[in-house]
Design a binder for this molecule. Structure first.
Ligand SMILES: [Zn+2]
Length: 131
């Protein structure tokens, strides 16, 4: 995710010709940030141009709602995490909260979070030219 590797083939997804990274955005895996009209948060990894057709054809979720976009850059912003609290004998006890979004700036919650997914903030998101 941090190296912007394609979720299908694992190669770096960034297009060397444009320096931009193709990214299939779905309603479920993308969220706008208030006040940021060209960026947003996503837990979905990018998809290289070579794999976009296969991804769209084979992933049921993408057939429901998806837009092929490109982004100028992306950086880690938060994690989805299962939450724990200190228990007896210094054991970590699950709080029962799962898939909680914890900002990487949240120093209070991060020590109790077991990350399961990285969320990145994408910048300069644009619809891809599908021609
Ligand atoms: Zn690929």
């Amino acid at each position: 995710m941090e190296k912007l590797r394609c979720q299908v083939c694992g190669k770096v997804a960034t297009d060397p010709a444009t320096g931009r990274t193709p990214w299939i955005m779905t309603d479920t895996a993308f969220r706008e940030i208030p006040g940021d009209s060209t960026g947003g948060l996503t837990s979905a990894p990018p998809t290289c141009w070579a794999c976009v057709p296969e991804a769209l054809a084979t992933c049921p979720q993408l057939r429901v709602s998806s837009t092929v976009c490109t982004v100028a850059r992306a950086e880690p912003a938060a994690v989805l995490a299962d939450m724990f609290m200190p228990g007896p004998g210094r054991r970590a006890v699950p709080t029962g909260e799962y898939s909680v979004e914890v900002s990487l700036n949240d120093e209070a919650l991060l020590p109790y979070a077991l990350a399961t997914q990285l969320i990145v903030q994408v910048h300069d998101l644009q619809p891809a030219d599908q021609g």
